[in-house]
Design a protein. Structure first.
Length: 549
């Protein structure tokens, strides 16, 4: 298919662009295969380059011969284009609708994007399982890296290499995989070097109504327990939902078959409910016409903050079991690709200071989301403005980023990265020139040859020219476990995402720049103090008279 076939009117002059808190711009609108571009001859005017993949929906309005297109974006922006001529407006609208809903992954922009920068570090080769396992080997010899899934036949959504207990052979892993949803048998997610406890993740066991059991699965998770120790199974479903899953062939671990494990049910909502919650939240944030009380009640009715609280509470529970109880943990919901990954990744942020660095967080996203088989392309296919029928879309990753921001806000000096870094990840998960978030699994990414045909997001982020804007000027390395508060008054609306297009950020930007200036000036003064102290110590040494015996 040629993109030109979908572009009925490639160029229109005299188009007026309206954006909140920005001046109105008149210029030429151009459509390419992947971008909507508006350029103006006015001096000091920023051009608009909008990826079609970032467009969630459009609305058309007509007044006489003037047509208006309201473009609603996946990054929650809303822009308005006034287009002279009804035919031109209709043609532009139909082209945008076609180009923003392409089904073929290979037609997406990352396959056509050519970077304007030198790639000094290829992000596709960072954060490989082999490298992560070297760190584990330096701490313990109880685990091994299995190649049982090298052809993706055992579990289509797992990577080719997974860390498993050393005493469990690959045949047992295959039998355990047949007993778990989607073949997602228990694998290592995190090793706590303070006490040797571990966190694993999996899909639900397929016990069914007959109470089916699997000796290999029981042996696999028991192999992670130290002598005399108990473990906790954290199921991210209510007991009622888990019971209902039995009728569909799923279920949960029977305590009679897993006597050393205590099962805890912590409810985290399913994807469809999360999507409805996002839609209501964004609708409330865009509605500034009501009183503050009405606005707050609409925010509360969205239940978004309740989901944040549920996820953070469960992550804190997992971290507490490991760090304070000295127990190993297995986390799963139904598939083990959504709420499971939210909990395991947030627990690691709480427990592991390395995950609070910019490289460590990238590694966490790779390990616990991309390589762990979170279906990004399905979950992020539509955002809060889509009018179409939902096909599994859900803001699972956005909720994880929101929870991370809540912890960052409570511990502003413990993270090497800043809010901009989290916002950037949100934007690229939904629409990007990079191939990192394409596909649903490692198997799909290898089939699409993304490493050969697209550029990694990490190749761009880690460049010295880009990295500084993602760094937190308040950062002071903190080796301790951090415990976020989940009290309602401690959890705030993430304005940097949900209100950034609805208010001017000028004052916040100026305050941030002033803070950075003060921090830099303080560092200069501290360096001068240290230098003067060294000079004084040297002078005192030189002036000390020799002691005669």
């Amino acid at each position: 298919m040629e993109f030109a076939e979908l572009i009925k009117t490639p160029r229109v002059d005299g188009v007026v662009l309206h954006r909140p808190f920005m001046p109105t711009v008149e210029g030429t609108l151009c459509l390419t295969g992947h971008h909507l571009i508006l350029s103006s001859r006015q001096d000091n005017t920023e051009e608009l380059w909008l990826l079609h993949a970032n467009i969630d929906s459009i609305e058309k309005r007509f007044v006489g011969s003037l047509g208006t297109i309201v473009v609603k974006c996946k990054d929650l922006r809303i822009i308005q284009l006034d287009i002279p001529g009804m035919e031109e407006c209709l043609n532009i609208a139909s082209s945008i609708e076609a180009l923003s809903t392409l089904d073929s992954v290979s037609l997406m922009y990352p396959f056509f994007y050519r970077p304007m920068f030198d790639i000094s570090e290829d992000g596709w080769h960072l954060f490989q399982p082999e490298e992560a396992f070297k760190d584990l080997e330096s701490m313990t010899d109880e685990w091994r890296l299995s190649t049982v899934n090298k052809d993706f036949n055992v579990c289509p959504s797992y990577p080719p290499l997974v860390a498993v207990p050393k005493d469990i052979d690959d045949d047992a892993l295959c039998k355990a995989a047949a007993f778990r949803q989607g073949g997602r048998f228990p694998v290592l997610s995190y090793y706590h070097k303070k006490n040797g406890m571990v966190m694993m993740r999996a899909g639900q066991p397929l016990t069914g109504t007959n109470g089916r059991r699997c000796k290999e699965d029981e042996k696999l998770i028991n192999a992670t327990l130290r002598a005399g120790k108990r473990g906790y199974i954290i199921d991210t479903r209510t007991i009622a939902v888990a019971q209902q899953a039995k009728a569909r062939g799923g279920g949960f671990e029977q305590e009679a078959n897993y006597p050393q494990w205590r099962r805890i049910h912590k409810a985290i909502e399913r994807s469809s409910i999360l999507q409805e919650s996002l839609i209501k939240l964004v609708e409330a944030c865009n509605d500034q016409s009501h009183s503050m009380d009405r606005w707050l009640s609409k925010l509360e009715a969205s239940n978004w903050q309740s989901h944040v609280k549920e996820i953070l509470t469960t992550a804190c529970l997992a971290a507490q079991c490991i760090d304070r109880e000295g127990a190993s943990v297995l986390v799963h919901g139904t598939e083990g690709t959504d709420s499971t990954l939210q909990v395991t990744s947030l627990a690691q942020i709480i427990l592991d200071p390395a995950c609070r660095t910019i490289r460590g967080f990238q590694a966490l996203v790779e390990r616990e989301w991309l390589q762990a088989g979170h279906p990004f392309q399905q979950r992020c296919a539509q955002s809060a403005y889509s009018n179409g029928k939902l096909r599994g879309e859900a803001p699972v990753f956005l909720l994880f980023l929101d929870c991370t921001w809540q912890i960052l806000r409570q511990f502003p000096c413990s993270f090497e990265f800043n809010e901009n870094f989290l916002v950037m990840l949100f934007e690229h998960a939904y629409a990007s020139q990079f191939g990192t978030f394409l596909g649903h699994s490692t198997a799909e990414r290898m089939k699409l040859k993304l490493a050969q045909k697209t550029v990694s997001l990490w190749s761009w982020v880690n460049r010295p020219q880009e990295l500084p804007r993602f760094l937190n000027p308040l950062y002071e390395p903190n080796s301790l476990v951090i415990w976020p508060s989940v009290a309602p008054q401690s959890l705030l609306l993430w304005e940097g995402i949900f209100l950034r297009w609805n208010r001017s950020t000028k004052c916040l930007d100026e305050a941030y720049e002033e803070m950075v200036h003060i921090i830099e000036y303080n560092k200069e003064l501290q360096n001068k103090v240290n230098s003067l102290r060294r000079q004084l110590a040297q002078l005192e040494t030189e002036d000390t008279p020799l002691q005669t015996p």
